[in-house]
Design a protein around this ligand. Sequence first.
Ligand code: ADP
Ligand code: AMP
Length: 215
Amino acid sequence: MKRLVLLGPPGAGKGTQAAKISAKYEIPHISTGDIFRKNIKEGTPLGKKAKEYMDRGELVPDDLVIDRVEDRLTWDDCVNGFMLDGFPRTIYQADAFKAWLAENDSCLDAVLNISVPEEILLPRMIGRRVCRSCGATYHVTNMPTKVEGVCDKCGGEVYQRDDDKEGTVLNRFKVYDAQTAPLIDYYEKDGSIRNIDGTADPNEVFDVIVDILGA
Ligand code: ADP
Ligand code: AMP
């Protein structure tokens, strides 16, 4: 069983590693950011509400997040565990999630905390490109698509997220420091945290994660 949470600032490489972890351990990659972007694309009421906050680089209110995640975790594909990417992001969310796990006789197997200094994060964020169809993540210089603007995996259109423009990114770092970084202490007290240096090449970071989680 692999019930995992990925922590780390925006641009740490959570989505990149989550995709690899999900493929290797056959557990779903559950990204709250992806859930909101899908709702925005489909024009749902949740998407309209979430967009207001996301465009400013702020967090979507806790009550719009928690129920979605808890519902998603009851799907059949979570039978071998799950890989949460971008949740929890506040102490309130972490407390709600802890209560949900206890109610469901479950627990977390590991919280993987990926650290990267801010001066490396900014160029990563500004250069990030994402596929509009399948959500695959690229970088204009570190991990470019084979054909510019076209996803290697599905042929979809690759674009820059609105919240990856410099002004919004700087606000997202502030929001991370104020609201999400305290979760490192929170999970350190729980004893479930594993700290990972996210500055290396993505494959090297993944090797460290596999060492921690087991082959
Ligand atoms: P997060 O999900 O934590 O916000 P991403 O996985 O989307 O971060 O990565 C942010 C950007 O940095 C993407 O453009 C990605 O291609 C690139 N990236 C991810 N991991 C690394 C790495 N280890 N080294 C260099 N660039 C990386
Ligand atoms: P991400 O794709 O993880 O970078 O998230 C993009 C944006 O979605 C964030 O900047 C928030 O506005 C919103 N978001 C994603 N996950 C959460 C969460 N757990 N709580 C609140 N807002 C979130």
